[in-house]
Design a protein around this ligand. Structure first.
Ligand code: ADP
Length: 599
């Protein structure tokens, strides 16, 4: 006896149950009926002609077995029934016709069975692929959660200790290494996740009003120091017609440019890098195509490799020391560009350099004044006086992450309590009515989503702001979090500025910044006094230059303190420059004084 699997292989998956047999019987009866009316005039001529379509329909609908049932029923009908007084089957020729019909009916049924089988296999393969994809999605979301959660504590504490007043320059340097390595790891996790999200079709555009020139200049400042370190020049050329305000996904545009510029620096040992942007086509008053180009004078890419470099995990040649990548940057950039409706390409000559270019269709916005760019990182020193005493609950199961939030918020003088799971959070809510809850999503006993729903159901539950803290990274989870009733969500690892910004957004908290707390601001853009600068010992200037290149604010401030001993005015001026993150300008001045070539 054949097994089910074998039967299935030959005759197709048995689906539609008994319905297909009912259909086979019904359609043969209809075909027989047709011989009476309206095809009665045919009398006994070509009896099979009306039954062929009926057998085909039964086989198409139900597969092999219902095709065969229809064939057998036809034979019975033709043998024992007739629309006239005479039988259908009368002589040997008629029997031959019946045999041919039976063979044909069997062939039709077999073919139809094969079609059913192919369709069933395709459906099953699709279902399996979908299930596997779902499993992959859950696995990746979990993995990324597990990796991001401890990173949150590592990066947060490294930063916190680095900024502490009693941290020595040596310790600060080591902590910077921890931070940088952590950031690299986070980047890697994000890149892998991005690739997965793109593949699974989860990637979406998050358009916003953006000041294009400002975004490009921010990227220039970011890259400038890396290039300085490597002795490369950076030229930024923006066409005169570049629109001011555009609607674009700023995160993705920034990531593309940083990927391309990062590669340009990585694969270039001498010479320089340029970033150009200009309008290439004006589709309408509101819509233009902008071309961006990142060119370098580096190792270049052979023609046969120029397409491959855009595939995931493809790397050509040896990676430069200490700058090993993952081979994902260009693949992600390509996908991002395509998601934004543009195209990307490269021209290159080995040994001479490469030029990566992409074109994007951009809609101009009529936003004026408001900028989507983040506020520069400013040091918060406390709360502006006269504000309400806010009660804040930290619901988080991991001690390290609870401590981190505590350490960030406690110095500000906020009233804090902690909960280690969702149930405790709900209890604390009932007892203490906090103004705001930082709600970790994944917690034992009761998770953050459930706790949020429970709080929202309670009386006065709507008065408390709930901000989810999550190491999850998928778009669906964002919607789930907001659906549960959270007012906002912040991804781990977070920056302290994100925590403070959320407090301002949701509670209206106003902070004192280092510059406001300091002495009255002098005209900051005033030129540094050259005479005074020359009085400063060169090793101090060199030290300041290094600190600025490393974007190390603590170390920079320490050096500035020493400079203040030589010239109070100059020290004050440099302090404001550090506080306002004018590292690029500090490096330029130091270069001038130490006789280095400034790019
Ligand atoms: P990664 O740089 O992390 O290896 P990418 O996807 O960004 O990954 O780049 C893929 C490969 O393309 C690199 O490994 C490198 O071989 C090549 N490549 C990218 N940019 C350049 C460039 N500017 N000059 C020379 N080769 C490049």
């Amino acid at each position: 006896m054949k097994s089910d699997a074998e039967n299935e292989q030959w005759f197709g998956h048995e689906n539609r149950g008994a319905l297909k047999y009912v259909f086979a019987v019904a359609i043969i009866l209809v075909a027989a009926g047709l011989r009476v009316w309206p095809l009665g005039a045919l009398e006994l001529r070509i009896p099979w002609v009306t039954f062929y379509p009926a057998v085909m329909a039964a086989a198409l609908y139900g597969g092999f077995f219902s095709g065969m049932l229809a064939t057998a029923l036809t034979v019975l009908v033709v043998l024992f029934w007739s629309p006239t007084d005479q039988p259908f089957i009368d002589d040997p020729g008629d029997f031959l016709g019946m045999a041919v019909f039976t063979v044909n009916g069997t062939l039709i049924s077999l073919m139809s069975g094969a079609m059913h089988r192919a369709r069933d296999q395709a459906t099953r393969a699709k279902e399996q692929a979908e299930a596997a994809n779902l499993a992959k999605s859950v696995f990746l979301a979990n993995m990324s959660h597990e990796l991001r959660t401890p990173l949150n504590a590592i990066l947060g504490f490294a930063n916190l200790i680095r900024k502490a007043p009693d941290t020595t320059a040596e310790q600060a340097k080591k902590l910077s290494i921890i931070s940088n390595s952590g950031e690299n790891l986070l980047n890697l996790i994000n890149n892998v996740l991005d690739i997965f999200k793109i593949e699974a079709g989860h990637m979406v555009r998050e358009d916003a009003d953006v000041k294009l020139k400002q975004l490009l200049h921010e990227i220039e400042s970011m890259m400038f120091l890396r290039m300085q370190e490597k002795g490369l020049s950076l030229d930024v050329v923006l066409g005169p017609d570049i629109p001011e305000d555009i609607i674009v996904d700023p995160g993705k545009l920034r990531q593309i440019l940083i990927n391309l510029l990062g590669n340009a620096v990585k694969y270039t040992q001498k010479g320089g890098v340029s970033l150009k942007a200009g309008v290439v086509k004006r589709e309408s008053r509101q819509r233009v195509w902008v071309r961006f180009e990142v060119a370098d004078s580096g190792i270049g890419i052979r023609e046969e490799d120029q397409e491959i470099v855009f595939s995931p995990f493809e790397q050509i040649g040896v990676q430069p020391d200490g700058e090993a990548g993952t081979g994902l940057g260009l693949a992600i950039s390509k996908q991002f560009v395509e998601l934004m409706g543009g195209n990307i390409g490269v021209t290159s000559e080995p040994g001479k350099g490469s030029a990566f270019h992409f074109e994007l269709p951009l809609t101009m916005s009529d936003a004026s004044g408001e900028t989507s760019a983040e506020r520069p990182q400013e040091r918060i020193t406390g709360l502006v006086d006269g504000q309400q005493n806010y009660r804040i609950l930290i619901a988080e199961d991991k001690l390290a992450n609870r401590l981190l939030l505590y350490s960030l918020l406690e110095p500000l003088g906020l009233e804090l309590r902690e909960a280690v799971n969702g149930r405790e959070a709900v209890e604390q809510f009932e007892e203490w009515h906090p103004h705001l809850i930082w709600m970790d999503i994944r917690m034992p006993v009761m998770d953050g989503l459930e706790a949020t729903r429970a709080i929202r159901e309670r009386q006065s539950g709507a008065d408390t702001k709930i901000i989810a803290l999550t190491a999850h990274a998928l778009e669906e989870e964002r919607l789930e979090i907001l659906d549960a009733g959270c007012d906002d969500f912040i991804r781990k690892p977070y920056r302290d500025t994100e925590i403070f910004a959320a407090l301002t957004k949701h509670l209206g908290l106003r902070f004192l910044y280092a510059e406001e707390a300091g002495t009255a601001a002098a005209p900051e853009e005033a030129e540094l006094d050259n005479e005074q600068l020359k009085m400063i010992p060169p090793d101090l200037i060199e030290n300041l230059r290094e600190a600025a290149i490393l974007l190390d604010d603590e170390r920079s401030l320490k050096v500035v303190g020493m400079i203040r001993d030589h010239s109070h005015e100059l020290g004050e001026h440099l302090q404001r420059m550090v506080e306002n993150l004018k590292y690029k300008e500090i490096v330029a001045v130091s270069n001038r004084l130490t006789g280095r070539k400034s790019n």
